[in-house]
Design a protein around this ligand. Structure first.
Ligand code: ZN
Length: 99
């Protein structure tokens, strides 16, 4: 899957392995330098967790692109609420679909 954030195109990779950051297990990671988002399907046990994690990493990437240093708790909260909102509001996605 590809996701365009600003002028950059990120590749989303779903990996059947655990991911770590600074020694901690994580659901996902983003590398802004090479525009790759990795999602651990081993750590994300539900479809909802996968959706939330993808959006979480997208928020990190968007913050980086905009030069905004978003604190982790805010990214967690926004990632979860926005992911659930998009899932429950398909009309909102239709509104944003490229024609
Ligand atoms: Zn994070």
């Amino acid at each position: 899957m590809k996701i365009k954030i600003g002028m950059l195109e990120y590749e989303v990779k779903f990996l059947d392995k655990k991911l770590e950051f600074d020694g901690d297990k994580v659901f996902g990671q983003v590398d802004e330098c090479v525009q790759v988002i990795k999602i651990s399907t081993k750590a994300c046990k539900t479809d909802a967790r996968i959706r939330q994690t993808v959006l979480h990493e997208v928020l990190h990437a968007a913050g980086w692109y905009c030069g905004i240093d978003l604190p982790e708790p805010e990214v967690v909260a926004l990632g979860n609420v926005l992911s659930d909102m998009l899932y429950e509001s398909p009309g909102l996605l239709d509104l944003h679909r490229k024609k």
